[in-house]
Design a protein around this ligand. Structure first.
Ligand code: F6R
Length: 607
């Protein structure tokens, strides 16, 4: 969703802001803008649509003079995408310019109050109240004004604020919305995420809620709301800059699909030492694990689909009841969560608003929170008791692939770790699973090698209007992800069904030529799924079967995709690969905007 970047230094700010905003495009946006202080006046340029429009308007930033500025990509929530609703927003006199990420929940009341005091609003956004509030509270000290503003607004925010009275500094703050501080030499930055500034610095500060930052060319100072300076630790980001570049690939999505073996190795290998899983990041003791009454897994979208796989895997390995819940449902269902429950929160970005709120609900009921997160220092990581990071590197394509796969690998590590502590698997089983887990990256690489076959199948089926995915147990869990991958980037309607459930309603949708992608990888349920395939083929469906190289689907499916053999619990890591590739190639055939599908944002920081 919205992206923020800010710069102060000795270079011309606008080209650096545009460059940073380009790196944040992947978050999703529909307008953009920059504000720069030039000769004590704030110059604002905005454009609806792609960033290219803003580039053209400003001659790639060259026409906007000044060495201090803020920029924004907006994903419309309050008010349509338009130049006037785009950020930065100016206060009435033009003294303040504000970029904002998040939602001001009490903006209607604030707007009414400010209108009565003579302020005129020109946009439909919630953000404009912040610009006017700054002006209202400003009595010559920008820090005092900031403290008043954040005391009055309710909701979530990351703010970058310019004040024309302060041409040598700007100010920023965050609460429940992401914002990092980049520390350069003679220049400093703010950004929604590190990809925007990786080119300039790797040294960053992560901010706590309501810490206020004052950035100058040669200093960055962080204060609490009592204006006391706060000591911050510098964190050095080790993400490879090339990971955030396309590097010759047509799309980030296919690059990230191919990066999966490497990301899996980075996530798994350091955590297996001398034949044992070592989770340095987890403080759960054997006693704690034994005392767990129930495990909840809360997440959204693909991360939730990892949770559905996790339910099957953890229950099978550890014999602890597990409930996977969509975070936006969990937070409002008055969940029966107890102090000795473990709540596993899964999120690539670590910013997803619904997931973060669900975490807070669970925490308020005394549960222990273990999160699986990709972005170090993110809000979800900060709010958790334990964090296991996925080392997937930056994921730029909106449709997740390598984050999903690495989350799954952490689930395996965690399930085996707990099973060993609980004694629910034998030593022999533990050793076998560990060997297989370590071999998984190579098997994923092997599976990706067959992408030509998937591209061929995509070229046959890209015109379908509706595609069904079916499977049982773990295969059903992966079907959910396969279906989401396809629909989000190719815009083809698709549904995933538990194979045994079709005949209770959905089978009425099957007609001559309907494509059904049937996953039958698991050994135990292969024959059961084959029966369900027969039910659909006898009603005219065309079936693409997905199974292991150990099985044949000749005479059962019209087309067969095979994946390598490993233990059933690990098969989701392999079966998801052809489904990611199928979604990708279908979308490519249709000429869709694969990395930035319509209406979607990478990190969903609103409810
Ligand atoms: C789909 C996708 C989304 C995310 C979901 C949660 O390809 O990427 O469904 O999985 O928005 O995002 P995170 O993991 O950042 O919490």
């Amino acid at each position: 969703m919205c992206g923020i970047v800010g710069y102060i230094g000795s270079e011309q700010a606008a080209p650096i802001l545009l460059d940073g905003l380009e790196k944040l495009e992947y978050r999703g946006y529909d307008s953009s803008g920059i504000a720069v202080i030039n000769n004590d006046i704030i110059d604002v340029e905005k454009a609806k649509g792609r960033l290219q429009g803003l580039r053209e308007k400003t001659n790639n930033g060259a026409n906007v003079i000044g060495t201090i500025g803020i920029g924004h990509t907006r994903w419309a929530t309050h008010g349509e995408p338009s130049d006037v609703n785009a950020h930065p927003h100016l206060s009435q006199s033009g003294r303040f310019a504000v970029v904002h990420n998040g939602i001001i929940e009490n903006y209607i009341a604030l707007r009414e109050r400010l209108t009565k005091k003579g302020f005129e609003f020109i946009s439909e956004t919630d953000t404009e109240v912040i610009a006017h509030l700054f002006e209202y509270y400003y009595k010559g000290d920008i820090m005092d004004a900031m403290i008043k503003v954040i005391d009055r607004v309710e909701g979530s925010y990351a703010l970058g604020v310019l004040c024309s009275d302060y041409p040598d500094q700007f100010i920023a703050v965050r609460k429940a919305s992401p914002l990092i501080i980049g520390l350069g030499k003679g220049e400093n930055f703010i950004a929604s995420d590190v990809t925007a500034i990786l080119k300039y610095t790797r040294d960053v500060y992560y901010l706590e809620d309501n810490e206020i930052v004052v950035l100058k060319n040669d200093s960055v100072k962080v204060y609490n709301i009592d204006k006391e300076e706060v000591e911050k630790n510098v964190f050095t980001v080790d993400w490879d800059i090339s990971a955030a570049e396309k590097g010759g690939y047509e799309h980030f999505m296919i690059k990230e699909i191919e990066e999966q073996p490497k990301a899996l190795r980075a996530t798994i290998s350091p955590r297996i030492k001398d034949g044992k899983i070592v989770l340095d990041d987890v403080s759960l003791t054997r006693e704690d694990i034994k005392n767990i009454r129930k495990i909840f897994i809360v997440a959204c979208g693909s991360a939730y689909h990892v949770g559905v796989v996790a339910k099957y895997v953890i229950e099978r390995m550890c014999r602890i009841p597990v409930e996977a819940q969509i975070a936006s449902e969990f937070r409002y269902c008055d969940p029966i969560v107890m102090p000795n429950d473990l709540v596993i929160v899964i999120s690539q970005s670590g910013e997803t608003a619904d997931t973060l709120e669900a975490l807070k609900v669970a925490k308020s009921r005394g549960a222990r929170i273990l999160s699986i997160v990709n972005v170090v220092g993110s809000a979800i990581a900060n709010a958790s008791d334990d964090v296991i990071y996925t080392w997937a590197g930056p994921e730029i394509a909106v449709a997740t692939t390598k984050a999903y796969s690495t989350q799954l690998s952490v689930v395996y590590l965690l399930a085996l770790y707990m099973a060993e502590k609980l004694g629910t698997i034998t030593h022999g089983q533990y050793k076998k699973y560990l060997d297989e887990l370590q071999a998984l990256p190579d098997l994923v690489a092997e599976t990706i090698k067959h992408k030509e076959q998937i591209a061929y199948l995509a070229s046959k089926f890209y015109n379908c209007h509706s595609i069904f995915f079916i499977g049982r147990n773990l295969d059903y869990a992966v079907s959910l992800e396969g279906s989401l991958k396809l629909k989000e980037i190719s815009y083809i309607h698709s549904e995933a069904y538990a194979a045994g459930e079709l005949k209770h309603g959905t089978i009425s949708l099957i007609e001559d030529g309907t494509l059904v992608i049937a996953l039958a990888t698991g050994n135990d349920l292969f024959d059961k799924t084959v029966s369900n395939i027969k039910e659909v083929t006898s009603r005219g469906a065309v079936v693409m079967g997905l199974t292991t190289t150990e099985r044949s689907m000749n005479g059962i499916a019209d087309y067969t995709i095979q994946i390598p053999v490993t233990s059933d619990i690990f098969l989701p890591s392999l079966s998801v690969i052809p489904l990611q590739l199928f979604g990708y190639y279908v979308a490519a055939q249709k000429g869709c905007d694969i990395d930035k599908p319509r209406n979607l944002a990478k990190s969903v920081t609103v409810e």
